[in-house]
Design a protein around this ligand. Structure first.
Ligand SMILES: NC(=O)c1ccc[n+]([C@@H]2O[C@H](COP(=O)([O-])OP(=O)(O)OC[C@H]3O[C@@H](n4cnc5c(N)ncnc54)[C@H](O)[C@@H]3O)[C@@H](O)[C@H]2O)c1
Ligand SMILES: O=C[C@H](O)CS(=O)(=O)O
Length: 486
């Protein structure tokens, strides 16, 4: 069990229409610690009927919530932000227990997640419209923006707090109401957010959490129910495509934050120490389980050996173990499926000639732990060039020219994040404009912040989260033509 200061933050019921509820069937499913497999809690295993009730509750709550002024909603959201930050340690412990990331990373995610609530509480007050010069002397043209309505959100396990607040904060600030299905591996962080939302005064029905091990059934209700006007999804590209198809039947607006295959390019004019520091942060954060992790490290031939040696020195200093253990940098992967994928990709690369410089196998700390790994002598025909690794594995590819690096970097159906290290200003502009990605880290390995637009192109998604752009996805534009004015 997790020892919390505020025991009420560990909730084992779903949250619908302001009430803590079990499944109609009475069924529940286990939430386990990926570090040791121990059960943390049982949560309700809900289905379509409960999801429908949550959607209907959100619909009933919508008129009063959207009728509040932006400032009234902002005051409530600000209170939620303050309660989350006051509970940061407990929320971090819950997250490390159910997701595995080191406690320091979990604390960081809680603050990152809360920053979206802080940011959008203010942005909700700046959802401006337009007065447009009229096309007729007897007419006046106005444009207003209104909340899109009931929002359904489906979120992943790798950031079980921030991927929820990154959607719910702009939605609620704009006057929408929301129903969330969190990842089945990590529902406790979501339920703790609901407990704090209730304490903050977010009215019943405005924010609902449906827990389930049957994502297909709950998602099927979310994507087909006509009351839902918007689906916001964060997860794999494959599931994103499926949900997008399912939303077509009722022409729902969709926002998709999907998979990545980030290139991390080190040019011969890079500051190699800075590049190594950036690669460590980008590649190994959350044991490599982030959508913006460096997935392919591309190093110019003349600096390849020097970079590889420096990176290896840094990786050797990493510590694998439980996220609660002091000094641990790399926790467990989320489950057997996740670690089996990493194992498959490494073994396939080795079978085609890759050399394991460091790591390359499961760690003795437990069945879900994988050694931080560096592979050299890798090539484009290996599956890890095209597939998202989602583990602590850094394949170092070699290139000769700038054009070759850009071609390799863009040789993927993904387009979320890309990184490169260089100091020549002409190169920085040429490469920045040539890379086909939604986010660039230039001499920087950590790029995520609430003030900037986060999102991808190609098969990495649709829409942006965070920044002044993030609220647009939760509003509809209405054009008003006032006639009869003489
Ligand atoms: N772009 C981003 O911001 C971002 C952020 C985090 C994770 N991701 C991506 O998510 C993936 C890892 O997360 P994951 O393994 O949880 O992804 P996933 O797609 O397997 O699951 C994501 C969510 O979708 C649900 N889901 C799965 N199948 C479903 C279905 N048929 N109908 C409805 N819901 C369904 C899951 O229960 C979970 O809540 C990676 O590809 C990663 O790149 C992207
Ligand atoms: O995994 C995807 C997250 O969006 C990563 S980040 O926390 O936003 O950098």
């Amino acid at each position: 069990m997790v020892q919390l200061t505020d025991a009420k933050l560990l909730r084992d019921k779903a949250y619908i229409d302001g009430a803590w509820a079990g499944a109609d069937s009475g069924k529940s499913f286990a939430v386990t610690n990926p570090a040791d497999g121990k059960e943390l809690a049982q949560v309700p295993d809900m289905g379509a009927a409960e999801t429908r009730r949550a959607i209907e509750a959100a619909d009933r709550a919508l008129p009063a919530w959207r009728a509040k002024t932006a400032k009234e909603r902002a005051n409530i959201l600000r209170k939620w932000y303050e309660l989350i930050m006051a509970a940061q340690e407990d929320l971090a412990k819950l997250m490390t227990a159910e997701q595995g990331k080191p406690l320091a990373e979990a604390r960081g995610e809680v603050a990152y997640g809360a920053s979206f609530i802080e940011w959008f509480a203010e942005e909700g007050k700046r959802i401006y419209g337009d007065v447009i010069p009229s096309h007729g002397a007897d007419k006046r043209i106005l444009v207003i923006k209104q909340p899109i309505g009931v929002v359904a959100a489906i979120t992943p396990w790798n950031f079980p707090n921030a991927m929820i607040t990154r959607k719910v904060a702009p939605a609620l600030a704009a006057g929408c109401t929301a129903v969330i299905k969190p990842g089945e591996d990590t529902p406790l962080s979501a339920l703790a957010l609901a407990e704090l939302a209730e304490r903050a005064g977010i009215p019943a029905g405005v924010f609902n959490i449906v827990t389930t091990s049957n994502a297909k059934e709950v998602g099927g209700e979310m994507t087909s129910n006509p009351i839902v006007r918007k689906l916001s999804f964060t997860g794999s590209t494959g599931v994103g495509k499926l949900l997008m198809e399912q939303c077509a039947g009722t022409v729902k607006k969709v926002s998709l934050e999907l998979g990545g295959n980030a290139p991390f390019i080190v040019f011969d004019d890079a500051d190699l120490d800075a590049a190594v520091a950036g690669a460590m942060m980008s590649k190994y954060r959350n044991a490599g389980q982030t959508c913006v992790c460096a997935n392919r490290i591309l190093v110019q031939a003349s600096v390849y050996d020097a970079f590889a040696a420096k990176l290896a020195d840094a990786v050797r200093k990493m510590k694998v173990g439980s996220g609660f253990e002091e000094g641990v940098t790399t926790g467990p992967l989320i489950n057997e499926k996740g670690i089996a994928k990493v194992e498959r990709l490494v073994q396939e690369a080795v079978s085609k000639g890759a050399k394991v410089e460091i790591g390359g196998k499961r760690h003795a700390a437990g069945s879900n732990f994988y050694e931080p790994t560096i592979l050299t002598n890798v090539s484009k025909d290996m599956e890890l060039f095209s597939e998202e690794i989602f583990g602590p594995v850094a394949p170092l590819f070699k290139f000769d020219t700038e054009d070759e690096a850009i071609a390799m970097a863009n040789d993927t159906q993904y387009g979320l994040a890309a990184y490169f290290y260089a100091r020549d200003i002409g190169r920085i502009w040429r490469v920045s404009e040539a890379l086909e990605y939604g986010i660039l880290g230039i001499n920087e390995g950590i790029i995520s912040t609430e003030v900037a637009p986060f999102g991808g192109i190609k098969e990495s998604g649709i829409g942006r989260e965070g920044s002044k752009y993030g609220v647009d996805d939760f509003t509809e534009i209405k054009y008003m033509c006032l006639g009869g004015i003489k």
